[in-house]
Write a protein that binds this ligand. Structure first.
Ligand code: HEC
Length: 201
């Protein structure tokens, strides 16, 4: 029976024609919900999952925060994800099962569910100065048929407030060259004057 596999290949290539030129199950960027595109433009047929982002909602400038994307519900056998941020001075670092691609994060491969949830850990390095970073996340809950049918995705976001570094930026302890020269000159002249006085007496 060759027909079903031909039909599947036809559906696959039709979908791939409108997609970036890499295998979808091994990662997908540009679908975090940051722009209008999400995984739902291709993945459908399943009941919608719940996608949550947990982690600090406030970080000091330059600090690293640990975050978790959790997918529950939906077909729920395996899952994939895409995370992006709206601030180019912030950076995302992948955790187990994910990778960095085009400054975004995505799954390496469909990740199996454990205890009823599919989780992905990642970190966010806050920008060097105060502001905010919005994290966009899409989670796709799939049935493991290695196709985009019978699946469903959902998106969420989290705004992280980045607090400024208020520590004084001045040099401490050291003599700056601008202030040091007159002090040195004063010390030398007073020292010489004292020596002269001592010789006279
Ligand atoms: C342009 C269409 C398209 C978009 C958008 C898309 N996918 Fe897919 N995806 C596919 C196709 C086609 C497959 C079938 C296997 C393959 O091509 O690797 C697939 C397979 C998968 C699988 C394995 C499915 C299974 O049941 O075994 C996962 C997981 C997955 N994609 C995650 C995602 C995630 C996460 C997103 C959004 C961030 C996404 N995909 C967006 C087309 C898409």
């Amino acid at each position: 029976m060759k027909f079903p596999s031909y039909a599947a290949a036809g559906v696959l290539s039709a979908c791939l024609l409108s997609a970036p030129a890499f295998a979808n199950s091994t990662g997908m960027t540009g679908n975090s919900g940051k722009s209008a595109a999400t995984c739902s433009s291709c993945h459908s047929g399943g009941t919608a999952p719940t996608v949550t982002l947990t982690g600090p909602s406030s970080l000091a400038a330059g600090a690293t925060g640990e975050y978790t994307l959790t997918i529950t519900g939906g077909p729920g056998l395996r899952g994939g994800m895409n995370v992006a941020v709206d601030n180019t001075a912030a950076s995302l670092e992948p955790g187990t099962g994910s990778k960095k691609q085009s400054n975004e994060l995505t799954h390496n491969a469909p990740k199996p569910a454990a205890s009823g949830a599919i989780t992905f850990n990642f970190s966010l390095v806050a920008p060097p100065s105060a502001g905010s970073v919005k994290i966009f996340a899409a989670g796709n809950s799939v049935n493991g048929d290695n196709n985009s049918t019978g699946d469903a995705a959902a998106t969420t976001s989290l705004t992280v407030n980045v607090t400024g570094n208020n520590e004084p930026q001045e040099e401490e302890g050291g003599c700056s060259s601008a202030g040091g020269a007159p002090v040195l000159a004063f010390a030398l002249t007073t020292g010489l004057a004292l020596l002269r006085r001592r010789r006279r007496s």
